[in-house]
Write a protein of this length. Structure first.
Length: 442
């Protein structure tokens, strides 16, 4: 459910924008609201499972995710979708860490390795299917079905948990979870995200400085609380390792590039290039397939030559991939425009993902491997959260400047075009006439 939603929703966003007549900023919160609560609370979710029961917290998370999915599907406005997506993020923060914790607690030895490998395989498969499924549903049914498909999945998961999954907890877990740290992290990241998104439109408002100050104050207080908390959400001592700190800094930058840029690609393909949503969802399949199929090879590469070279080569290949995405103009065959870029992106990601994970585990003490993995996961999700908001400042401000000389209408989204049926679009997918009300045709 969580992996499908994470990848399917990006392809459905341009259709959702037209259906709900949404502006650029509220539309960003469809992604940002979910990512904010997931990234800020995912470590707290793991701690709650250790204390109160992993199966119990997992089932609560799945139930919350399902209720929020139904609210998204039935939402009459983009504001309701935003609120429901935030609730989805809370459900995901409870369910995602408990899924691996349940496997680790239920299986031992070689069986545990096979179980976690199966989990990783299904995560990759659903990530690959997400864009295709999101594009197909948005094109042939409605974007609302991207959320409705979660309901039968949630019912099946809850029944399986109730009948077949044993409860487990950690007797040594702290009696009091780090709620203060979770609230400060959520408040600080939330204030920073709001400030970045508000900075996207119009001249810079001096009042935004107060949001930046509030974000800095909350995040500084978070560090103070984590130092004094007997059972902190993020034990700061693990950052004394230069390798661990460097690996997480690498994670922050590379996942900002991936999360921030990939958010805008469906807009480019659908609104500017005239791709059908299903085709737009399939455009990044080479990236996902290469990442999945080469992961085992990349992991073995670390044992032979170390992690540094794959990390450097991977980052350079990803940079080349994004440069290739910037090269095509309007029109042209997918195979000569975006396919090479997706290949470079997939090769780069497959080079760095396994070495990065290995570096994080090797740099942390053996008794803190779970915490180290959780921190790195939270950093990756936070990177995407901040990148979408920060890159939006560039996109929303530069796009009207670039297009002003050639377009006699005001641009309201990064790659908006007049509501004229594209020759590449099928008759089953047309822009609704209401688009003309905010993007005047020539």
């Amino acid at each position: 459910m969580s992996f499908i939603d994470a990848t399917a929703i990006n392809v459905a966003l341009p259709i959702m924008q037209r259906d709900l007549h949404a502006g650029a900023v509220p539309l960003q919160w469809v992604v940002e609201g979910y990512t904010l609560f997931l990234s800020a609370l995912i470590l707290l979710g793991g701690a709650l499972g250790d204390r109160y029961g992993r199966r119990r917290m997992y089932m609560i998370g799945i139930a919350v995710f399902a209720v929020a999915s139904l609210a998204c599907a039935l939402a009459p406005s983009i504001e309701i979708v935003d609120a429901a997506r935030a609730l989805q993020g809370i459900g995901g923060a409870l369910a995602v860490p408990e899924s691996l914790a349940l496997l680790s607690a239920t299986f031992t030895g070689e069986a545990r390795g096979r179980a976690i490998g199966t989990w990783s395989g299904f995560a990759s498969i659903t990530s690959a299917l997400g864009p295709l499924l999101g594009g197909f549903l948005a094109q042939h049914a409605s974007w609302r079905w991207v959320f409705l498909i979660n309901l039968p999945l949630a019912v099946a998961v809850l029944l399986i948990c109730w009948k077949a999954v044993p409860e487990s907890s950690d007797p040594a877990a702290p009696r009091r979870p780090d709620v203060a740290g979770a609230l400060l992290a959520t408040g600080g990241l939330g204030a920073l995200t709001v400030a970045l998104i508000r900075a996207q439109s119009g001249p810079f408002d001096p009042s935004l400085w107060w949001l930046f100050v509030a974000a800095a104050a909350a995040l500084a207080a978070f560090v103070v609380v984590e130092r004094r908390e007997p059972a902190p959400m993020i034990p700061l001592q693990v950052f004394r390792s230069r390798a661990f700190s460097g690996a997480n800094l690498y994670t922050l930058f590379v996942y900002m590039a991936l999360g921030g840029s990939l958010y805008f690609i469906p807009y480019l393909l659908i609104n500017a290039q005239g791709y059908q949503p299903t085709a737009a969802g399939a455009a990044l399949l080479p990236f996902i397939i290469l990442n999945f199929s080469l992961a085992r090879w990349s992991g073995g590469l670390v044992a032979r030559i170390g992690a540094r070279t794959p990390l450097i080569v991977g980052a350079l290949l990803v940079a080349a991939g994004f440069a290739a995405f910037a090269r095509p103009g309007l029109g042209g065959s997918y195979w000569t425009t975006y396919f090479p870029a997706a290949i470079l992106l997939g090769l780069g990601a497959s080079c760095f993902i396994a070495p990065l994970t290995t570096t994080v585990f090797d740099a942390a003490p053996s008794d803190a491997s779970g915490v180290a993995s959780g921190i790195n996961n939270a950093v990756a999700r936070t990177a995407g959260l901040l990148a979408v908001a920060a890159f939006g400042i560039v996109v929303w401000r530069i796009f009207p400047i670039v297009t002003a000389a050639s377009r006699p209408w005001p641009a309201t989204s990064p790659i908006e075009k007049p509501s004229v049926s594209s020759s590449k679009a099928s008759a089953s997918y047309q822009s609704p006439p209401t688009v003309r009300s905010y993007v005047p045709a020539t």
